[in-house]
Write a new protein. Structure first.
Length: 435
């Protein structure tokens, strides 16, 4: 395997890199993906490769699995980092891949953090994927549905890699201790459990932590004994399992939204706190609350929108940490408010008609007759001025003729919306009386 852009040096190699598995038998975790009867495992052993996207959190084996696939299928392995390389390097890789194809050798092009490539860079792979010049394997921590071009996504199979289980991390750590250079080290099982818990399912974090602990503990009589009481300081500042620019960002805002929708203020407060304490932008949360107020409450409680917009303004004026209680007030208020998605449904129905009837004209009687020609053509003719009627309501049709029986807004009997429903029913009664 050859990495075109990686410097070949004899400098220090981190433990996580030294312990990188080179075959499926040494690869821990992802049983659903590469278990004995899995389709991906069969594809590797049958050497029937196609382009794919590995989606999962850091340190779960995306790069390692790509390298193993190349090794098991005797394919050339060329690696790109979307952080540091661009179209120029892509073209160089493609030329190498074309040469390999002439030699009847497959080329796997692995793109780490493929979501960081822009549209033009991602598009650069398309013709070569289609012609079979390369087998593209992209790795991403972001939802590929949002971050990878649909054209490229449609030509790839997405595989989801899950956060490693505690037992997988412990097995990875124990494997280190079987290596000759680490046989002089003895570690309490409790310490391994602490490292596994601290790592949040990230093998790289676990191995780096183990390496630091090994360096920290002094050598005594050519041996190292690592006990819980010796290494407490390594676990005092556990990081939050939250990435405000990554997948957890969407998971937590979704959990907040659905907790409020289900009228559960305690759950909603928990997810709010998780986001704010991890550094989420309070104004982002404020914008989501404003959306929620209309989407899930609407006219069942019109004050919900006022509460949400005021919370956003308070967050803008106060900033963190002072605005946390402003947002908490809005979250609880929205959670306990009566719920209705009638406005949300109404707009979606109107949107669908708008998309499907782009050529419908505004009825002539609703247009303004600006010129004499307009009047001759009947523009404005038949318009009824509502203020000239007793109830300020006419039986004039305002919908285009083709849509005259279409109904969008259907209020519920929840909260203040039941009053609106009664008003609409009265309006309809007055119109029928005028027929």
């Amino acid at each position: 395997m050859f990495d075109l852009f990686k410097e070949q040096t004899n400098c220090y190699t981190p433990l996580a890199e030294k312990m990188r598995p080179t075959c499926l038998e040494d690869f821990y975790g992802q049983e659903k993906l590469i278990g004995k009867n899995s389709s991906l495992r069969k594809m590797i052993f049958n050497d029937t490769l196609f382009s794919m996207i590995f989606w999962g959190p850091p340190g779960v084996g995306k790069t390692t699995l790509a390298k193993i696939i190349a090794s098991e299928t005797n394919s050339a392995f060329l690696e790109l980092s979307a952080v540091t390389q661009g179209v120029k390097e892509i073209k160089e890789i493609i030329e190498i891949a074309k040469f390999n194809k002439l030699e009847n050798k497959k080329t796997i092009v692995f793109v780490d953090e493929i979501h960081r490539f822009n549209k033009a860079q991602q598009d650069a792979f398309l013709p070569f994927v289609e012609k079979g010049d390369i087998i593209l394997i992209g790795a991403t921590t972001e939802n590929p549905s949002f971050e990878v071009n649909q054209a490229l996504l449609s030509r790839s199979k997405v595989y989801v890699l899950e956060r490693l289980k505690e037992e997988d991390i412990i097995n990875i750590l124990k494997r280190v201790l079987t290596k000759e250079e680490y046989l002089h080290i003895k570690i309490d099982e409790e310490v391994l459990l602490m490292i596994a818990n601290y790592s949040n399912g990230d093998a790289r974090v676990a191995l780096n932590t183990l390496e630091n602990i090994i360096e920290y503990v002094p050598l005594k009589k050519n041996r190292k004994y690592i006990k819980k009481e010796n290494i407490k300081s390594f676990f005092e500042n556990k990081t939050y399992l939250y990435d405000k620019n990554g997948e957890e960002h969407y998971n937590f805002i979704s959990a907040l939204h659905k907790s409020m929708r289900n009228s559960e203020p305690d759950s909603a407060l928990y997810y709010l706190a998780r986001m704010l304490e991890a550094g989420e932008d309070p104004l982002y949360i404020g914008r989501r609350l404003i959306r929620f107020a209309s989407e899930d409450i609407g006219l069942a409680n019109p004050d919900a929108l006022v509460q949400a917009t005021n919370a956003y303004a308070a967050a803008m004026y106060n900033g963190m940490p002072e605005c946390n209680v402003n947002l908490a007030q809005a979250v609880v208020y929205l959670s306990v408010s009566p719920k209705s998605n009638s406005l949300y449904e109404a707009y979606n129905k109107a949107k669908l008609d708008a998309i499907n009837t782009p050529n419908l004209k505004v009825p002539l009687h609703l247009r303004n007759a600006i010129t004499n020609l307009d009047k001759e053509l009947g523009v404005g003719k038949g318009y009824c001025y509502a203020h000239e009627t007793e109830n300020k309501i006419t039986n004039m049709t305002t919908m285009p003729e083709e849509l005259k029986n279409h109904k969008y807004y259907e209020p519920t009997n929840i909260g203040k919306e039941k009053n609106i429903k009664a008003v609409l029913e009265n309006i309809e009664k007055i119109r029928k009386e005028q027929e």
